[in-house]
Design a protein around this ligand. Structure first.
Ligand code: NI
Length: 177
């Protein structure tokens, strides 16, 4: 079921979400299914449970290149619950980000270049991967949602934060969040 995505300004996006304690339950599987439906409907690269008002540490991401992120290298379709992120170095790189909770805007956000992420899938099976580039960026963006952090809070250079259709008038990044 497609769910409504909360937009920036809603206090529910600012909470530190609670850990999932029971895996494989009908409720958790239904949540993940709703998140997938919602993300696909909006052509998102990822979605976090708090964005649909659910106070749990659940994110999904993946799908590879899309209208919103045409240059994205393929990112594996992933359900990541109770995630733990560990940078592999202190190196950071900037990149453009958007967010389904911040429609119509893009900002240039520094992120760790490479990291290890660990957590569980919806059945409770451990997930552990090393990621870099866009894959690492998406994981950091989505997991930030679990700590009440939206990407504009990470923008350092506000000359590179604005409306997608103004920043990218040639449509090089889709403007239709
Ligand atoms: Ni987001």
């Amino acid at each position: 079921m497609i769910r409504e995505v909360l937009r920036m300004g809603d206090r529910r996006l600012l909470r530190r979400a609670r850990p999932v304690e029971a895996f494989g339950t009908p409720e958790l599987l239904a949540l993940v299914a709703d998140m997938r439906d919602t993300m696909a409907h909006l052509s998102g690269a990822g979605l976090a449970a708090p964005q649909i008002g659910v106070d749990l540490r659940v994110v999904i991401f993946g799908g590879g290149p899309s209208a919103r992120y045409p240059d994205a290298a393929a990112v594996p379709d992933t359900v990541l619950i109770n995630p733990l992120l560990t940078p592999l170095s202190a190196d950071e790189e900037g990149g453009w980000e958007g967010c389904l909770s911040v429609p119509g805007l893009r900002g240039w956000v520094p992120r760790w270049t490479s990291l290890r992420y660990a957590g569980f899938d919806a059945a409770g099976v451990p997930v552990e991967r090393v990621a870099s580039g866009f894959h690492a960026r998406v994981v950091q963006h989505e997991c930030d949602h679990l700590d009440g952090i939206l990407y504009p809070m990470r923008v350092r250079d506000f000359s590179r934060f604005g409306y997608t259709e103004v920043l990218f008038p040639d449509g090089s990044v889709a403007a239709d969040d």
